[in-house]
Write a protein that binds this ligand. Structure first.
Ligand SMILES: [Zn+2]
Length: 570
Protein backbone atom coordinates (compact mmCIF):
# COMPACT_ATOMS: atom_id res chain seq x y z
CA UNK A 1 0.00 0.00 0.00
CA UNK A 2 1.29 3.41 -0.91
CA UNK A 3 0.11 6.97 -0.25
CA UNK A 4 1.25 10.22 -1.81
CA UNK A 5 0.34 13.62 -0.34
CA UNK A 6 0.54 16.61 -2.67
CA UNK A 7 0.01 20.24 -1.77
CA UNK A 8 -0.42 21.89 -5.15
CA UNK A 9 -2.43 24.97 -4.09
CA UNK A 10 -2.23 25.11 -0.30
CA UNK A 11 -4.29 28.32 -0.15
CA UNK A 12 -7.29 26.27 -1.35
CA UNK A 13 -6.74 23.94 1.60
CA UNK A 14 -7.29 20.76 -0.39
CA UNK A 15 -4.66 18.01 0.00
CA UNK A 16 -4.35 15.81 -3.09
CA UNK A 17 -4.06 12.21 -1.92
CA UNK A 18 -3.18 9.20 -4.03
CA UNK A 19 -3.53 5.68 -2.63
CA UNK A 20 -2.18 2.61 -4.42
CA UNK A 21 -3.98 -0.49 -3.21
CA UNK A 22 -4.14 -4.24 -3.76
CA UNK A 23 -7.22 -5.38 -5.73
CA UNK A 24 -9.01 -8.43 -4.35
CA UNK A 25 -11.13 -9.85 -7.15
CA UNK A 26 -13.93 -8.37 -9.20
CA UNK A 27 -14.80 -5.88 -6.51
CA UNK A 28 -12.68 -4.22 -3.85
CA UNK A 29 -14.25 -2.37 -0.94
CA UNK A 30 -12.55 0.81 0.24
CA UNK A 31 -13.33 2.45 3.60
CA UNK A 32 -12.80 5.83 5.15
CA UNK A 33 -12.38 6.06 8.97
CA UNK A 34 -15.58 7.15 10.71
CA UNK A 35 -13.87 8.30 13.94
CA UNK A 36 -10.46 8.76 15.49
CA UNK A 37 -9.06 7.26 18.73
CA UNK A 38 -9.07 9.80 21.56
CA UNK A 39 -12.45 11.14 20.52
CA UNK A 40 -15.08 8.47 21.03
CA UNK A 41 -17.71 9.93 18.75
CA UNK A 42 -18.25 9.82 14.99
CA UNK A 43 -16.11 12.26 13.02
CA UNK A 44 -17.34 11.11 9.59
CA UNK A 45 -14.23 12.45 7.89
CA UNK A 46 -15.51 11.35 4.46
CA UNK A 47 -17.47 14.61 4.41
CA UNK A 48 -14.17 16.31 3.47
CA UNK A 49 -13.52 14.05 0.46
CA UNK A 50 -13.83 15.59 -2.99
CA UNK A 51 -12.91 14.45 -6.52
CA UNK A 52 -12.92 10.73 -5.62
CA UNK A 53 -11.82 8.56 -8.58
CA UNK A 54 -10.42 5.06 -9.06
CA UNK A 55 -8.01 3.96 -11.81
CA UNK A 56 -6.46 0.71 -12.99
CA UNK A 57 -2.74 0.18 -13.76
CA UNK A 58 -2.86 1.83 -17.19
CA UNK A 59 -4.70 4.88 -15.89
CA UNK A 60 -8.21 4.00 -17.08
CA UNK A 61 -11.08 4.95 -14.81
CA UNK A 62 -12.66 2.13 -12.79
CA UNK A 63 -16.35 2.30 -11.95
CA UNK A 64 -17.33 2.60 -8.31
CA UNK A 65 -20.46 2.71 -6.13
CA UNK A 66 -20.67 4.48 -2.83
CA UNK A 67 -22.71 2.13 -0.65
CA UNK A 68 -22.80 4.11 2.59
CA UNK A 69 -21.32 7.32 3.99
CA UNK A 70 -17.76 6.01 4.24
CA UNK A 71 -17.62 2.95 1.96
CA UNK A 72 -16.95 2.64 -1.78
CA UNK A 73 -17.05 -0.54 -3.87
CA UNK A 74 -14.59 -0.35 -6.77
CA UNK A 75 -15.03 -2.55 -9.89
CA UNK A 76 -11.48 -3.90 -9.96
CA UNK A 77 -12.11 -6.67 -12.57
CA UNK A 78 -8.84 -8.32 -13.45
CA UNK A 79 -6.49 -5.75 -11.84
CA UNK A 80 -3.90 -6.78 -9.31
CA UNK A 81 -3.52 -3.23 -8.02
CA UNK A 82 -5.50 -0.02 -8.47
CA UNK A 83 -5.21 3.64 -7.55
CA UNK A 84 -7.62 5.94 -5.72
CA UNK A 85 -7.22 9.69 -6.06
CA UNK A 86 -9.12 12.23 -4.00
CA UNK A 87 -8.81 15.66 -2.48
CA UNK A 88 -9.23 16.16 1.26
CA UNK A 89 -10.51 19.51 2.52
CA UNK A 90 -8.32 20.38 5.52
CA UNK A 91 -9.45 23.48 7.41
CA UNK A 92 -9.89 22.17 10.99
CA UNK A 93 -6.94 22.93 13.23
CA UNK A 94 -7.15 21.03 16.51
CA UNK A 95 -5.08 18.31 18.17
CA UNK A 96 -6.79 15.55 16.19
CA UNK A 97 -7.48 17.14 12.81
CA UNK A 98 -5.82 17.56 9.42
CA UNK A 99 -4.95 21.04 8.22
CA UNK A 100 -3.35 22.68 5.22
CA UNK A 101 -2.51 26.28 4.45
CA UNK A 102 0.48 28.10 3.00
CA UNK A 103 2.46 27.65 6.25
CA UNK A 104 1.95 23.97 7.03
CA UNK A 105 0.65 20.54 6.12
CA UNK A 106 -0.53 18.87 9.33
CA UNK A 107 -1.88 15.36 8.93
CA UNK A 108 -3.66 12.93 11.20
CA UNK A 109 -3.79 9.99 8.75
CA UNK A 110 -6.84 8.58 10.55
CA UNK A 111 -8.79 11.59 9.21
CA UNK A 112 -7.82 11.31 5.59
CA UNK A 113 -6.46 7.89 4.54
CA UNK A 114 -8.55 5.15 2.91
CA UNK A 115 -8.09 1.49 3.82
CA UNK A 116 -9.24 -1.98 2.77
CA UNK A 117 -9.69 -5.09 4.91
CA UNK A 118 -7.39 -7.14 2.71
CA UNK A 119 -4.35 -4.88 2.87
CA UNK A 120 -4.97 -3.51 6.39
CA UNK A 121 -1.91 -5.28 7.80
CA UNK A 122 0.44 -4.65 4.87
CA UNK A 123 3.31 -2.18 5.21
CA UNK A 124 2.50 1.30 3.89
CA UNK A 125 4.95 3.67 2.26
CA UNK A 126 4.15 7.36 2.18
CA UNK A 127 5.61 10.11 -0.01
CA UNK A 128 5.20 13.80 0.87
CA UNK A 129 5.45 16.31 -1.98
CA UNK A 130 5.94 19.45 0.06
CA UNK A 131 7.87 22.73 -0.37
CA UNK A 132 11.64 22.34 0.03
CA UNK A 133 11.88 24.66 3.03
CA UNK A 134 9.46 22.55 5.09
CA UNK A 135 10.78 20.19 7.75
CA UNK A 136 8.81 17.17 9.02
CA UNK A 137 7.98 16.46 12.67
CA UNK A 138 7.05 12.79 12.88
CA UNK A 139 7.30 9.81 15.22
CA UNK A 140 8.12 7.60 12.18
CA UNK A 141 11.52 7.88 10.55
CA UNK A 142 11.38 10.32 7.61
CA UNK A 143 13.99 10.20 4.84
CA UNK A 144 13.80 12.36 1.72
CA UNK A 145 10.21 13.23 2.61
CA UNK A 146 9.21 9.55 2.67
CA UNK A 147 8.38 7.19 5.50
CA UNK A 148 6.99 3.71 6.12
CA UNK A 149 4.33 2.49 8.55
CA UNK A 150 4.14 -1.20 9.35
CA UNK A 151 0.36 -1.35 8.84
CA UNK A 152 -2.74 0.84 8.74
CA UNK A 153 -3.00 0.94 12.55
CA UNK A 154 0.46 2.42 12.82
CA UNK A 155 -0.20 4.91 10.02
CA UNK A 156 -3.51 5.97 11.61
CA UNK A 157 -1.74 6.48 14.94
CA UNK A 158 1.15 8.57 13.56
CA UNK A 159 0.32 12.24 12.95
CA UNK A 160 2.92 14.54 11.43
CA UNK A 161 3.52 18.24 10.82
CA UNK A 162 5.36 19.64 7.78
CA UNK A 163 6.29 23.29 8.22
CA UNK A 164 9.07 25.85 7.91
CA UNK A 165 8.37 27.02 11.49
CA UNK A 166 9.36 23.96 13.52
CA UNK A 167 11.67 24.13 16.54
CA UNK A 168 12.72 21.11 18.59
CA UNK A 169 14.67 19.87 21.56
CA UNK A 170 15.27 16.35 22.88
CA UNK A 171 15.86 14.78 26.27
CA UNK A 172 16.49 11.22 27.43
CA UNK A 173 14.88 9.23 30.20
CA UNK A 174 15.57 5.54 30.84
CA UNK A 175 16.91 4.91 27.35
CA UNK A 176 14.00 6.59 25.56
CA UNK A 177 14.48 9.77 23.54
CA UNK A 178 11.75 12.39 23.97
CA UNK A 179 11.31 15.11 21.35
CA UNK A 180 9.50 18.36 22.04
CA UNK A 181 8.45 20.04 18.79
CA UNK A 182 6.88 23.47 18.54
CA UNK A 183 5.20 24.71 15.40
CA UNK A 184 4.08 28.33 15.13
CA UNK A 185 4.99 31.64 16.70
CA UNK A 186 6.67 30.88 20.03
CA UNK A 187 9.77 31.75 22.04
CA UNK A 188 10.42 28.57 24.01
CA UNK A 189 12.12 28.70 27.40
CA UNK A 190 13.98 25.49 26.70
CA UNK A 191 15.80 25.06 30.02
CA UNK A 192 12.68 25.37 32.14
CA UNK A 193 10.74 23.19 29.74
CA UNK A 194 13.25 20.34 29.71
CA UNK A 195 13.65 20.38 33.48
CA UNK A 196 9.89 20.06 34.05
CA UNK A 197 9.20 17.58 31.22
CA UNK A 198 12.08 15.39 32.35
CA UNK A 199 10.77 15.38 35.91
CA UNK A 200 7.23 14.19 35.13
CA UNK A 201 8.49 11.76 32.47
CA UNK A 202 10.88 10.15 35.00
CA UNK A 203 8.13 9.78 37.59
CA UNK A 204 5.68 8.22 35.13
CA UNK A 205 8.24 5.73 33.81
CA UNK A 206 9.23 4.84 37.36
CA UNK A 207 5.59 4.13 38.26
CA UNK A 208 5.03 1.87 35.25
CA UNK A 209 8.55 0.34 35.40
CA UNK A 210 9.18 0.91 31.67
CA UNK A 211 8.20 3.01 28.68
CA UNK A 212 6.31 1.23 25.89
CA UNK A 213 8.30 2.65 22.94
CA UNK A 214 11.88 3.64 22.06
CA UNK A 215 11.07 7.27 21.30
CA UNK A 216 8.28 9.75 21.90
CA UNK A 217 7.29 13.06 20.32
CA UNK A 218 5.39 15.95 21.88
CA UNK A 219 4.16 17.87 18.81
CA UNK A 220 2.88 21.21 20.00
CA UNK A 221 0.95 23.48 17.65
CA UNK A 222 1.15 26.99 19.05
CA UNK A 223 -1.67 29.19 17.79
CA UNK A 224 -2.18 32.95 18.06
CA UNK A 225 -5.67 32.55 19.55
CA UNK A 226 -6.98 30.91 22.74
CA UNK A 227 -6.97 27.12 22.41
CA UNK A 228 -6.23 24.09 24.60
CA UNK A 229 -6.43 20.52 23.31
CA UNK A 230 -4.37 17.33 23.26
CA UNK A 231 -4.66 13.94 21.58
CA UNK A 232 -2.71 10.83 22.51
CA UNK A 233 -0.90 8.36 20.26
CA UNK A 234 1.41 5.42 20.95
CA UNK A 235 4.61 7.28 20.13
CA UNK A 236 3.45 10.88 20.16
CA UNK A 237 0.90 13.44 21.15
CA UNK A 238 -0.36 16.49 19.32
CA UNK A 239 -1.22 19.46 21.50
CA UNK A 240 -2.72 22.79 20.44
CA UNK A 241 -2.19 25.71 22.77
CA UNK A 242 -2.51 29.48 22.50
CA UNK A 243 -2.30 32.41 22.39
CA UNK A 244 1.48 32.28 21.86
CA UNK A 245 2.34 35.05 24.33
CA UNK A 246 0.68 33.19 27.21
CA UNK A 247 2.30 29.77 26.69
CA UNK A 248 5.33 30.42 28.91
CA UNK A 249 3.27 32.65 31.15
CA UNK A 250 -0.22 31.95 32.50
CA UNK A 251 -0.72 28.96 30.17
CA UNK A 252 2.48 27.21 31.24
CA UNK A 253 0.68 25.06 33.82
CA UNK A 254 -1.80 24.08 31.10
CA UNK A 255 1.10 23.07 28.85
CA UNK A 256 2.44 20.88 31.67
CA UNK A 257 -1.03 19.56 32.52
CA UNK A 258 -1.95 18.47 29.01
CA UNK A 259 1.55 17.09 28.30
CA UNK A 260 1.59 14.96 31.45
CA UNK A 261 -1.96 13.76 30.71
CA UNK A 262 -1.10 12.76 27.13
CA UNK A 263 2.12 11.02 28.19
CA UNK A 264 0.17 8.97 30.75
CA UNK A 265 -2.10 7.85 27.89
CA UNK A 266 0.93 6.13 26.30
CA UNK A 267 0.29 3.44 28.91
CA UNK A 268 -3.35 4.03 29.78
CA UNK A 269 -5.43 3.64 26.59
CA UNK A 270 -2.75 3.29 23.92
CA UNK A 271 -1.47 0.19 25.74
CA UNK A 272 -3.94 -0.63 28.56
CA UNK A 273 -7.02 -0.50 26.34
CA UNK A 274 -10.70 -1.45 26.76
CA UNK A 275 -11.13 -4.88 25.18
CA UNK A 276 -13.84 -3.51 22.86
CA UNK A 277 -11.13 -1.40 21.18
CA UNK A 278 -8.59 -4.16 20.56
CA UNK A 279 -8.17 -3.78 17.67
CA UNK A 280 -9.76 -0.44 16.81
CA UNK A 281 -12.58 -0.72 14.29
CA UNK A 282 -12.45 2.52 12.31
CA UNK A 283 -15.62 1.73 10.37
CA UNK A 284 -18.08 2.27 13.19
CA UNK A 285 -18.62 3.12 16.86
CA UNK A 286 -16.49 1.14 19.36
CA UNK A 287 -18.73 1.18 22.43
CA UNK A 288 -17.17 0.77 25.87
CA UNK A 289 -18.15 1.58 29.43
CA UNK A 290 -14.52 1.99 30.49
CA UNK A 291 -14.05 5.68 29.63
CA UNK A 292 -13.80 6.31 33.37
CA UNK A 293 -10.54 4.31 33.34
CA UNK A 294 -9.18 5.55 29.99
CA UNK A 295 -9.88 9.25 30.58
CA UNK A 296 -10.71 9.39 34.29
CA UNK A 297 -7.63 7.63 35.65
CA UNK A 298 -5.52 9.59 33.14
CA UNK A 299 -7.02 12.90 34.29
CA UNK A 300 -6.31 11.99 37.91
CA UNK A 301 -2.81 10.69 37.29
CA UNK A 302 -1.76 13.35 34.76
CA UNK A 303 -1.97 16.05 37.41
CA UNK A 304 -0.89 13.83 40.28
CA UNK A 305 2.34 12.94 38.42
CA UNK A 306 3.11 16.66 38.20
CA UNK A 307 2.77 16.88 41.96
CA UNK A 308 4.65 13.66 42.69
CA UNK A 309 7.54 14.78 40.48
CA UNK A 310 7.76 18.17 42.19
CA UNK A 311 6.70 20.14 39.10
CA UNK A 312 3.46 21.24 40.78
CA UNK A 313 3.22 22.37 44.39
CA UNK A 314 0.50 20.83 46.55
CA UNK A 315 -1.44 24.06 46.19
CA UNK A 316 -1.30 23.90 42.39
CA UNK A 317 -2.34 20.26 42.48
CA UNK A 318 -5.28 20.91 44.82
CA UNK A 319 -6.39 23.75 42.54
CA UNK A 320 -6.76 21.22 39.70
CA UNK A 321 -8.73 18.91 42.02
CA UNK A 322 -10.94 21.85 43.03
CA UNK A 323 -11.90 22.23 39.36
CA UNK A 324 -12.91 18.58 39.09
CA UNK A 325 -14.94 18.73 42.32
CA UNK A 326 -16.62 21.93 41.11
CA UNK A 327 -17.60 20.31 37.81
CA UNK A 328 -18.91 17.27 39.65
CA UNK A 329 -21.03 19.27 42.07
CA UNK A 330 -22.40 21.62 39.39
CA UNK A 331 -23.52 18.79 37.11
CA UNK A 332 -26.89 17.47 38.27
CA UNK A 333 -26.60 14.70 35.69
CA UNK A 334 -24.77 12.86 38.47
CA UNK A 335 -28.14 11.98 40.00
CA UNK A 336 -29.46 10.59 36.72
CA UNK A 337 -26.81 8.77 34.70
CA UNK A 338 -23.81 6.69 35.71
CA UNK A 339 -20.27 7.29 34.49
CA UNK A 340 -20.29 3.85 32.80
CA UNK A 341 -23.45 4.75 30.85
CA UNK A 342 -22.03 8.19 30.06
CA UNK A 343 -18.92 6.50 28.67
CA UNK A 344 -21.07 4.34 26.39
CA UNK A 345 -22.86 7.49 25.24
CA UNK A 346 -19.82 9.58 24.30
CA UNK A 347 -20.70 8.37 20.79
CA UNK A 348 -23.96 10.33 21.02
CA UNK A 349 -22.88 13.65 22.54
CA UNK A 350 -20.05 12.99 24.95
CA UNK A 351 -18.06 16.14 24.22
CA UNK A 352 -20.76 18.81 24.46
CA UNK A 353 -22.97 19.73 27.44
CA UNK A 354 -26.04 18.18 25.78
CA UNK A 355 -29.41 17.93 27.49
CA UNK A 356 -29.13 19.46 31.00
CA UNK A 357 -28.87 16.89 33.77
CA UNK A 358 -28.73 13.92 31.39
CA UNK A 359 -25.16 12.66 31.76
CA UNK A 360 -21.78 13.10 33.44
CA UNK A 361 -18.21 13.62 32.27
CA UNK A 362 -15.96 10.55 32.06
CA UNK A 363 -13.02 12.89 32.80
CA UNK A 364 -14.44 14.46 35.97
CA UNK A 365 -16.25 11.47 37.48
CA UNK A 366 -13.47 9.12 36.40
CA UNK A 367 -10.87 11.36 38.06
CA UNK A 368 -12.70 11.60 41.40
CA UNK A 369 -13.49 7.87 41.43
CA UNK A 370 -9.81 7.16 40.70
CA UNK A 371 -8.86 9.25 43.73
CA UNK A 372 -11.35 7.35 45.92
CA UNK A 373 -9.95 4.01 44.76
CA UNK A 374 -6.39 5.25 45.31
CA UNK A 375 -7.24 6.12 48.93
CA UNK A 376 -9.11 2.84 49.52
CA UNK A 377 -6.06 0.88 48.38
CA UNK A 378 -3.92 2.99 50.72
CA UNK A 379 -6.27 2.26 53.63
CA UNK A 380 -6.20 -1.48 53.05
CA UNK A 381 -2.42 -1.72 52.56
CA UNK A 382 -1.22 0.33 55.53
CA UNK A 383 -0.46 3.17 53.07
CA UNK A 384 1.98 1.04 51.11
CA UNK A 385 0.11 0.60 47.80
CA UNK A 386 -2.05 2.71 45.56
CA UNK A 387 -3.65 3.06 42.15
CA UNK A 388 -0.13 3.30 40.63
CA UNK A 389 0.31 -0.38 41.47
CA UNK A 390 -2.99 -1.30 39.80
CA UNK A 391 -2.06 0.57 36.63
CA UNK A 392 1.43 -0.93 36.52
CA UNK A 393 -0.02 -4.42 36.87
CA UNK A 394 -2.59 -3.74 34.15
CA UNK A 395 0.22 -2.54 31.91
CA UNK A 396 2.47 -5.54 32.54
CA UNK A 397 -0.33 -8.16 32.52
CA UNK A 398 -2.44 -6.75 29.69
CA UNK A 399 -1.17 -3.69 27.81
CA UNK A 400 2.37 -4.91 27.24
CA UNK A 401 0.94 -8.23 25.99
CA UNK A 402 -1.52 -6.51 23.61
CA UNK A 403 -4.44 -7.84 25.65
CA UNK A 404 -7.49 -5.63 26.11
CA UNK A 405 -8.92 -5.08 29.59
CA UNK A 406 -12.41 -5.53 30.99
CA UNK A 407 -13.89 -3.97 34.09
CA UNK A 408 -13.44 -7.29 35.88
CA UNK A 409 -9.68 -7.16 35.16
CA UNK A 410 -9.48 -3.69 36.69
CA UNK A 411 -11.56 -4.74 39.69
CA UNK A 412 -9.46 -7.88 40.18
CA UNK A 413 -6.18 -5.91 40.21
CA UNK A 414 -7.68 -3.54 42.80
CA UNK A 415 -9.03 -6.36 44.98
CA UNK A 416 -5.71 -8.20 44.90
CA UNK A 417 -4.31 -5.20 46.73
CA UNK A 418 -7.23 -4.39 49.04
CA UNK A 419 -7.87 -8.05 49.89
CA UNK A 420 -11.60 -7.30 50.17
CA UNK A 421 -14.44 -7.11 47.65
CA UNK A 422 -14.86 -3.70 46.01
CA UNK A 423 -18.09 -4.72 44.26
CA UNK A 424 -19.99 -1.98 46.15
CA UNK A 425 -17.80 0.64 44.48
CA UNK A 426 -18.59 -0.60 40.97
CA UNK A 427 -22.29 -1.16 41.71
CA UNK A 428 -22.99 2.13 43.48
CA UNK A 429 -20.59 4.60 41.88
CA UNK A 430 -19.45 3.28 38.49
CA UNK A 431 -22.76 1.78 37.33
CA UNK A 432 -24.96 3.53 39.88
CA UNK A 433 -25.70 7.14 40.66
CA UNK A 434 -25.31 7.08 44.42
CA UNK A 435 -24.07 10.45 45.71
CA UNK A 436 -20.43 10.18 46.74
CA UNK A 437 -19.51 13.59 48.10
CA UNK A 438 -19.41 12.20 51.67
CA UNK A 439 -17.15 9.38 50.54
CA UNK A 440 -14.93 11.91 48.79
CA UNK A 441 -14.72 14.09 51.92
CA UNK A 442 -13.78 11.01 53.99
CA UNK A 443 -11.03 10.04 51.53
CA UNK A 444 -9.65 13.58 51.51
CA UNK A 445 -9.71 13.68 55.29
CA UNK A 446 -7.84 10.39 55.42
CA UNK A 447 -4.82 12.06 53.79
CA UNK A 448 -5.25 15.34 55.68
CA UNK A 449 -7.00 17.44 53.05
CA UNK A 450 -9.96 19.57 54.09
CA UNK A 451 -13.00 20.07 51.91
CA UNK A 452 -14.54 23.55 52.03
CA UNK A 453 -17.44 25.28 50.41
CA UNK A 454 -18.93 28.77 50.38
CA UNK A 455 -21.60 30.52 48.28
CA UNK A 456 -20.22 31.53 44.88
CA UNK A 457 -19.53 35.22 44.31
CA UNK A 458 -22.32 35.68 41.77
CA UNK A 459 -25.43 36.80 43.67
CA UNK A 460 -27.79 35.30 41.06
CA UNK A 461 -26.01 31.94 41.22
CA UNK A 462 -25.62 31.85 45.01
CA UNK A 463 -29.08 33.10 46.06
CA UNK A 464 -31.34 32.65 43.02
CA UNK A 465 -29.85 29.43 41.65
CA UNK A 466 -28.96 30.47 38.10
CA UNK A 467 -25.61 30.73 36.36
CA UNK A 468 -25.61 33.66 34.00
CA UNK A 469 -23.34 35.12 31.38
CA UNK A 470 -23.28 38.68 30.06
CA UNK A 471 -23.52 38.46 26.27
CA UNK A 472 -23.83 41.67 24.24
CA UNK A 473 -25.01 43.67 27.26
CA UNK A 474 -27.62 41.03 28.10
CA UNK A 475 -27.60 38.70 31.09
CA UNK A 476 -28.37 35.21 29.79
CA UNK A 477 -29.33 32.26 32.02
CA UNK A 478 -26.92 29.42 31.20
CA UNK A 479 -27.74 26.90 33.96
CA UNK A 480 -30.45 26.47 36.61
CA UNK A 481 -30.06 24.89 40.02
CA UNK A 482 -32.87 22.30 40.29
CA UNK A 483 -35.28 23.51 42.96
CA UNK A 484 -33.67 26.96 43.14
CA UNK A 485 -35.86 30.12 43.15
CA UNK A 486 -35.50 30.86 39.44
CA UNK A 487 -36.12 27.21 38.54
CA UNK A 488 -39.24 27.06 40.73
CA UNK A 489 -40.28 30.53 39.52
CA UNK A 490 -40.38 29.28 35.92
CA UNK A 491 -37.20 30.63 34.30
CA UNK A 492 -35.85 28.60 31.40
CA UNK A 493 -32.38 28.26 29.90
CA UNK A 494 -31.59 31.06 27.48
CA UNK A 495 -33.85 33.59 29.26
CA UNK A 496 -32.35 37.08 29.41
CA UNK A 497 -32.76 38.96 32.69
CA UNK A 498 -33.67 42.54 31.78
CA UNK A 499 -34.92 44.00 35.05
CA UNK A 500 -35.68 43.54 38.72
CA UNK A 501 -38.25 45.35 40.89
CA UNK A 502 -38.90 47.93 38.17
CA UNK A 503 -35.23 48.69 37.45
CA UNK A 504 -33.54 47.89 34.13
CA UNK A 505 -30.32 45.92 34.60
CA UNK A 506 -27.30 46.72 32.52
CA UNK A 507 -24.47 44.21 33.12
CA UNK A 508 -25.03 44.82 36.84
CA UNK A 509 -27.66 42.21 37.65
CA UNK A 510 -25.57 40.85 40.55
CA UNK A 511 -25.37 44.28 42.18
CA UNK A 512 -29.13 44.82 41.92
CA UNK A 513 -29.93 41.33 43.19
CA UNK A 514 -27.66 41.90 46.17
CA UNK A 515 -29.36 45.25 46.77
CA UNK A 516 -32.73 43.44 46.88
CA UNK A 517 -31.41 40.28 48.60
CA UNK A 518 -33.86 40.35 51.51
CA UNK A 519 -36.86 41.57 49.50
CA UNK A 520 -39.29 39.69 47.34
CA UNK A 521 -38.42 40.21 43.70
CA UNK A 522 -40.26 40.77 40.42
CA UNK A 523 -37.88 39.77 37.68
CA UNK A 524 -38.44 40.85 34.08
CA UNK A 525 -37.24 38.45 31.44
CA UNK A 526 -36.82 38.68 27.70
CA UNK A 527 -37.74 35.20 26.44
CA UNK A 528 -37.12 35.08 22.71
CA UNK A 529 -38.68 38.53 22.33
CA UNK A 530 -41.60 38.06 24.73
CA UNK A 531 -41.57 39.94 28.04
CA UNK A 532 -42.17 37.58 30.99
CA UNK A 533 -42.42 38.49 34.67
CA UNK A 534 -41.36 36.11 37.40
CA UNK A 535 -42.17 36.58 41.04
CA UNK A 536 -39.62 35.28 43.55
CA UNK A 537 -40.50 35.11 47.25
CA UNK A 538 -37.90 36.00 49.89
CA UNK A 539 -35.44 33.21 50.60
CA UNK A 540 -32.41 32.78 52.80
CA UNK A 541 -31.11 29.60 51.25
CA UNK A 542 -27.96 29.41 49.15
CA UNK A 543 -27.57 27.37 45.96
CA UNK A 544 -24.45 27.34 43.77
CA UNK A 545 -21.35 26.87 45.93
CA UNK A 546 -17.63 27.21 45.37
CA UNK A 547 -15.74 24.11 46.49
CA UNK A 548 -12.07 24.13 47.42
CA UNK A 549 -9.50 21.97 49.16
CA UNK A 550 -6.87 22.91 51.72
CA UNK A 551 -4.19 20.93 53.48
CA UNK A 552 -5.04 20.51 57.17
CA UNK A 553 -2.84 22.81 59.24
CA UNK A 554 -2.40 20.36 62.10
CA UNK A 555 -2.63 16.85 60.64
CA UNK A 556 -2.68 13.82 62.93
CA UNK A 557 0.14 11.26 62.83
CA UNK A 558 -2.19 8.93 60.90
CA UNK A 559 -2.90 11.64 58.34
CA UNK A 560 0.79 12.42 57.88
CA UNK A 561 1.51 8.75 57.36
CA UNK A 562 -1.37 8.36 54.88
CA UNK A 563 -0.40 11.52 53.00
CA UNK A 564 3.20 10.31 52.66
CA UNK A 565 1.94 7.01 51.29
CA UNK A 566 -0.36 8.77 48.83
CA UNK A 567 2.26 11.10 47.40
CA UNK A 568 5.10 8.61 47.65
CA UNK A 569 7.42 8.79 44.67
CA UNK A 570 8.63 5.19 45.05
ZN1 LIG B 1 -7.23 12.12 27.61
Amino acid sequence: MKFTFDVKSPQQQYIQITAELKATGNETTVFFPAWRPGRYELGDFAKNVNHFHAYNGDGSILKHNKINKNTWVIQTDGCSTFTIKYSYYATDLNAGSTFLDTTQLYVNPVNCCVFTDESYNDPISVRLNIPESWEVAHSLKVENNSFTAKNFDELADSPFICSANLQKVTYEVAGTTFYIWFNGIIKPEWKRLIKDFKAFTETQIQKFSKFPTDEYHFMIQILPYATYHGVEHSKSTVITLGPSYAVFDELYKELLGVSSHELYHTWNVKSIRPIEMVPYDFKKENYTELGYIAEGVTTYMGDLMLYKSGVFSLEQYLFEMDNQIQRHMDNFGRFNYSVAASSFDTWLDGYVPGAPGRKVSIYTEGCLLAFIIDVYILKYTKNKKGLDDVMRNLYLNFGALNKGITEKDYQKEIEELTGVSMQWFFDDYVHGTKAYSTLLVDCLEYIGIEFHNEPVKSEVAAYLGAKTMDVNNETVIMALYPGGPLDIGGAILGDKIVGVNGVVVNNDVDRWMKFFRNDSKEIAINRKGALVNIHLPESEKTYYQRFFLKATTKPSQEQVHAFDGWRSAE
